[in-house]
Design a protein around this ligand. Sequence first.
Ligand code: ADP
Ligand code: MG
Ligand code: ZN
Length: 491
Amino acid sequence: MLAAGLSPEILAKYEPVIGLEVHVQLLTATKAFCGCANKFGAEPNTNICPVCLGLPGALPVLNEKAVEFATQAALALHCTVNERSIFARKNYFYPDLPKGYQISQFDKPIAEHGYIDVPAANGSMKRIGITRLHMEEDAGKSLHDGFADSNTRTYLDLNRCGTPLIEIVSEPDIRTPDEAFEYLTRLREILLFTGVSDCNMEEGSLRCDANVSIRPRGQEKFGTKAEVKNVNSFRFIRAALEYEIERQIEVVESGNRVVQETRLWNASEGRTYSMRSKEQAHDYRYFPEPDLPPLVLTADWILARERELPELPEARRARMISEYDLSEQDARTLTASREFADRFEAAAKTAKNPRRVANVLLSEVGGRLKALGLEQEQSPVSMQGIVLAADLLDDGKISSKQLKQLLDTSFEKNEDFTQVYEREKPQQITDTAALEKLIDEVIAANPKQVEQYKGGKKTVAGFFVGQVMRASKGQANPALLNELVTKKLDA
Ligand code: ADP
Ligand code: MG
Ligand code: ZN
């Protein structure tokens, strides 16, 4: 929010237009054009060589794995992969770029014309176009903090020089911060499923620049855009866009013009700052990279990459919903990562009722993990434990109350559910006479509900089951209890 605070009426006069440029580091073992290790967190300036430092005479050799990953990402994003693309030099001076240029692709990228479908505000799906996907190399890193003399010096870590990247440029099709968030969420999910990147924003393996403009609603012509950089966490995408949209509306409402510029998002202050205006913008003097031949891919090779693609998140969700009778929300949570979905499906296949496995996994175990701020990997309950719990519930061998108690113990003692269950084998009341006695008491105490039931409201049976279950301290055998309650009420 800006200090001034614009009224909803004024905000509604304008339509935001957003296009995202996303850089993604590829998970290759080695760098894009040399044999140096491509890994985050190594001792500074240890994974470097004459090629990635651009020393005179060193020649780049293209990493085939990087091309495979770029192609797979492109295909997963519905892009057309070009059989011939060209590497180009993008020239600029910056301390973290010792070569003085970056190898990138310019007018002939490896892929174009893709899309991602995102949910729109009206509940339907909206298609966001992808203009292009191209390959390039990363630059090094300037370290401005953390040294005793950081106030007078900047240190350089060149390990990242030459890391293979893909840049994915969207069409200016996005209209709200929510759509931008959805686009990025789905993009990340698709890339994670494809396995080409770990998409870790904190470590910089997925970076997003947001281009934003506003126009009066109804006007076709786009307004002047600003590019917001440095939005390096998923949490901030909406906030950064909302801020920038309001800032531009305020500029226009006060009779001024939005200037084309690059702005930096400052997360601690929750605002953007001007970094450089278009007048100072770079002229990159792109030209074809003389040290690399055109990249030529055969149709067969591209087809082979397409065949290697795993089932992608959207398709997988649709299949899981119908195969396991899951809700949309549960399917979304279960496909948060390919590994999680794989683990669930492997478990679900061994259980009697997959939907019940999803319930125990997400609501019962997931709820407890969330309350404790733990990740799935830190769960004391194994998938085997979850399947056991689901089967016990399904067979009516434990009640849901007993499940909760067993899981509480499991979390308290950091023991798997299987162990806790073996030890505690909770009591169950399967004695018909004893249960009937409890049911009679509850029926006698609730004449109004009995009347409702007799009047045709059969769902009231659930109320009686709940009351008796409570009276039995959760120990009533659920299947038997259900049967007896209906029998009594129908009598
Ligand atoms: P530039 O040459 O300034 O990099 P591009 O045409 O390459 O601009 O577009 C960069 C990104 O900005 C793309 O994602 C595109 O969709 C987006 N974009 C282009 N024009 C606008 C605009 N007027 N408002 C918002 N985004 C825009
Ligand atoms: Mg651009
Ligand atoms: Zn190297």
